[in-house]
Design a binder for this molecule. Structure first.
Ligand SMILES: *Cc1c(COP(=O)(O)O)cnc(C)c1O
Length: 235
């Protein structure tokens, strides 16, 4: 696996997709998803200019990123996987953004743990748009309720930045597109209802479908396999 080459290739594919979609160059951020990949491979990416990473398991993230952040203070970590409440304490310590916020109880726990360490954290609301595992909010009213609570000052350590989704794993382009446009529509609606927030981030698109996601308005693609190669789940 040549991580430097892969990064370069992905970036030029992103730029091309931005151009095709009539979007500004570098308007789409690249989150390098390093789950199941060792520190040495992450360092390889950092040395090639990649500073934004995603991990989906908190324990693994703490193990790898505690040392990495000491060595490279500029790197930024987003938690992108389903988050149990008892992992929130460590999650908010190690990361700058929780992309996988999927319930009110999680928002409450994030607030509690951030208050303790006096840290303000970014969050994205994960919305279920058709992917098989059904992670994310199912109802937009639930997201609306939380935004209302943030607006009313309930969660002063939480900074809502936008939305995240996963498309279904399918070859069917129309289904993938539908999933991404659903998230875009949700964003437009919520942004209109809550002009006091900047809900501009749309985290959508992975190794298989990021070009479609960019065409549909993604501002952040989360790419693992195409950068680091296949994951070894046995390790
Ligand atoms: C693993 C993962 C990714 C990256 O998937 P690839 O197909 O390897 O690019 C993106 N988003 C989430 C939420 C993930 O869990």
């Amino acid at each position: 696996m040549n991580i430097a080459e892969n990064l370069q290739k992905i970036k030029s594919q992103i730029n091309k997709a931005e151009k095709t979609a009539g979007r500004n160059e570098n308007s789409v951020k690249l989150v390098a998803v390093s789950k199941f990949h060792p520190v040495e491979e992450i360092e390889e990416a950092i040395k090639n200019g990649q500073l934004l990473f995603g991990e989906n398991r908190v324990q693994e993230a703490v193990q790898k990123f505690t040392q990495l952040k000491e060595k490279y203070p500029d790197i930024v970590l987003h938690i992108i996987g389903q988050l149990q409440s008892n992992k929130v304490k460590n999650a908010v310590k190690i990361s700058e953004c929780i992309q996988s916020v999927d319930r009110l109880a999680l928002v409450e726990e994030i607030e509690k743990q951030c208050a303790k360490i006096n840290k303000k954290i970014d969050i994205l609301f994960e919305f279920h748009t058709g992917e098989e595992s059904k992670s994310g909010f199912e109802k937009e009213e639930d997201i609306e309720q939380i935004l209302e609570m943030i607006k009313n000052g309930n969660f002063p350590h939480i900074n809502p930045k936008g939305f995240m989704t996963m498309a279904p794993f399918t070859q069917e382009q129309s289904l993938i597109k539908k999933s991404f446009s659903m998230l875009k529509n949700l964003q437009a609606k919520m942004q209109q209802k809550f002009p006091e927030f900047e809900l501009s981030e749309l985290s959508m698109g992975m190794s298989n479908d990021f070009e479609t996601a960019i065409a549909e308005g993604s501002t952040m693609v989360r790419i693992g396999t195409a950068i680091f190669g296949a994951r070894n789940y046995q390790a």
